[in-house]
Design a protein around this ligand. Structure first.
Ligand code: HEC
Length: 113
């Protein structure tokens, strides 16, 4: 019984980690797809001022934005040629993992109150 409870607990933990996105996997994906070549090594210093800073941005927002590039011309889609190419190979889980990783990074973004 105890073993069963432990197994159930562990599978619940790993499922919730999946649902929220994995920071570690997100880091691997960001390296693999070399997102930093445009968004900057620390994701705070993009190579051009009109490229967005991603470090510390809200997780749901990043997930939403990446999903919108995947939708492309569809409803609520984003139609940027550069990012459309970047998200092509990403699964919905990859997007969650990337969002979790980018959100976890120290940010220079500020909220004015
Ligand atoms: C070739 C340069 C380039 C690469 C590589 C690149 N991006 Fe981008 N990214 C851009 C540009 C330019 C924009 C702004 C596009 C727009 O106006 O919609 C952008 C926008 C974004 C946004 C939306 C941010 C916001 O605030 O709306 C996210 C999220 C993002 N990129 C994540 C990534 C991830 C994750 C990767 C790697 C898989 C990546 N980018 C690789 C150039 C790049």
């Amino acid at each position: 019984m105890k073993k069963l409870m432990t197994a159930l607990f562990l599978s619940a933990v790993s499922l919730s980690a999946m649902a929220g996105g994995s920071i570690e996997k997100g880091k691997q994906l960001a390296d693999k797809y070399t997102c930093f070549t445009c968004h900057g090594k620390d994701f705070n210093t993009p190579i051009s001022p009109d490229y967005p800073k991603l470090a510390g941005q809200h997780k749901d927002y990043l997930e939403h934005a990446l999903t919108a590039y995947k939708r492309g011309d569809g409803a609520n889609g984003r139609n940027d040629g550069t990012m459309t190419l970047q998200v092509k190979a990403l699964s919905q889980q990859d997007i969650k993992d990337l969002a979790a990783y980018l959100h976890s990074l120290p940010t220079t973004l500020v909220t004015h109150r």
